[in-house]
Design a protein around this ligand. Structure first.
Ligand code: GCU
Length: 413
């Protein structure tokens, strides 16, 4: 008789245990590592610190702090740039560390018509500052540039005149300025090499060799995010720009970097991430699209060495990208996706937005209220923004129109 009662109980216990091993729930940003729930907003900074530690050590790596020796050299100023529409400034950020020096340039356009100080949008570019606009006043980068089908302009790694404006189609600078934002950009290769052959050997990495020989090494993604923070250091000194209203933007790998910049530097008032996909906005745990194995083998420099521990474990990660969003919360963040960008799993970015809603609500914002995946070209403008548009991996004027509308909601009240 007793046995009959015991059997279902045992069966149930085993089944439960198994189920937990097979697929546990998405890790909860509102539960401390010790299993206790975060009960009040007062407790949030402590939990936020735990999340920051997890994401830093396991995925993005350790960055140096703000350098003691940082200097801004404004080497160009033209008040009548772009046919009088904008003031162009170019600034070299010089950083010295133990006798070594690294530097990279900011290109800045400030709309002449707007009331100063203006809010701003800052992002890293793929092919050099001179590529975002055909403006002949922009300095040609001295850093390595590719010569690819998309950017057929580098000559043995050197930028040529053909590199001017070669990427202008993805930067709707006119609309940014028309909406009264300053535009600021910097070049990925001036900051840190994005090639396996020279990874960690150029740019800001040369200043911190002691941060490489470790499992939570200073990755290239972390270096890009760190450089964006150094850009913010400069903006805080520029009276034409309101450093309290700066959105950090990025596309693809640089969208991954923008998210991490927003996560690690709370001075960024908003994050605009375009098709950042794997290691960006996409939820790994769905197991769809580009995975950790590909990220860690094709781009071994992007994330910290520790991330290789999770190869083939995407669906059972003890963290996921909603943790990065939790670090950005309660600040506005927009995840833009495209139908044809299947490797980036647009639905997986939507799931990240949904999984981030509880933290955003907990911190007193309206969060992300969509329950169904939206139709094409139907943007969602909650505290977390989202859209999926037709087409492939790209930044289009439609994307910019939504980023500007979203930014206006928060910055131009
Ligand atoms: C590759 C990579 C993506 C990345 C993209 C890009 O396609 O797999 O993760 O986002 O490059 O940066 O363009």
């Amino acid at each position: 008789m007793k046995f009959i009662y015991l059997f279902p109980a045992l069966f149930f216990a085993c089944f439960n245990g198994l189920a937990q091993n097979v697929k546990s729930e998405l890790p909860d940003p509102l539960t401390f590592n010790n299993g206790q729930k975060v009960k009040s907003i007062k407790e949030w900074p402590a939990r936020r610190a735990e999340i920051l530690e997890i994401m830093t050590t396991q995925m993005y790596g350790t960055s140096p702090g703000k350098p003691a020796d940082i200097r801004f050299e404004v080497f160009d100023q033209d008040k009548k740039a772009l046919g009088g529409k904008a003031t162009r400034k170019q600034v070299t950020i010089h950083i010295k560390e133990k006798g070594k020096e690294a530097s990279f340039d900011l290109l800045i356009y400030i709309p002449n018509k707007a009331i100063r100080p203006v809010p701003a949008i800052m992002g890293i570019n793929f092919i050099g500052n001179q590529a975002v606009h055909a403006d002949p006043g922009i300095k040609l980068t001295a850093a390595w540039v590719e010569n690819s089908k998309m950017f057929p302009c580098g000559d043995a790694g050197k930028a040529t005149e053909a590199c001017r404006g070669v990427n202008a189609g993805q930067w709707d600078i006119d609309s940014i300025l028309d909406n009264s934002y300053a535009f600021i950009t910097m070049y990925r290769e001036e900051i840190a090499s994005d090639r396996k052959e020279t990874m960690f050997q150029t740019g800001v990495h040369t200043l911190y060799p002691e941060l490489q020989n470790r499992e939570d090494n200073f990755s290239t993604m972390a270096a890009w995010a760190w450089a964006l923070s150094r850009g913010m250091d400069y903006l805080e000194t520029d009276k034409d720009i309101d450093a309290k209203r700066v959105a950090v933007f990025g596309f693809s790998r640089l969208g991954k970097a923008a998210l991490w910049a927003g996560a690690t530097d709370q001075r960024f008032a908003a994050v605009l991430s375009n098709e950042s996909g794997a290691g960006g906005g996409k939820q790994f745990r769905r197991g769809i699209g580009e995975n950790i194995k590909r990220l860690c083998t094709v781009f071994p420099h992007w994330y910290t060495k520790n991330l290789t521990k999770y190869i083939d474990k995407d669906t059972e990660l003890p963290f996921d990208q909603h943790f990065v969003m939790a670090l950005i919360a309660p600040r506005p963040v927009y995840l833009a996706t495209a139908e044809g960008d299947t490797q980036a799993d647009p639905r997986g970015e939507f799931e990240t937005a949904k999984a981030s809603d509880p933290v955003y609500k907990f911190l007193g914002t309206k969060g992300f209220n969509a329950t169904a995946f939206p139709a094409l070209n139907q943007p969602i403008y909650d505290q977390i923004g989202f859209h999926i548009r037709p087409g492939g991996h790209d930044v289009t004027n439609f994307d910019w129109a939504q980023f500007l509308k979203f930014s206006n909601l928060h910055f131009q009240k």
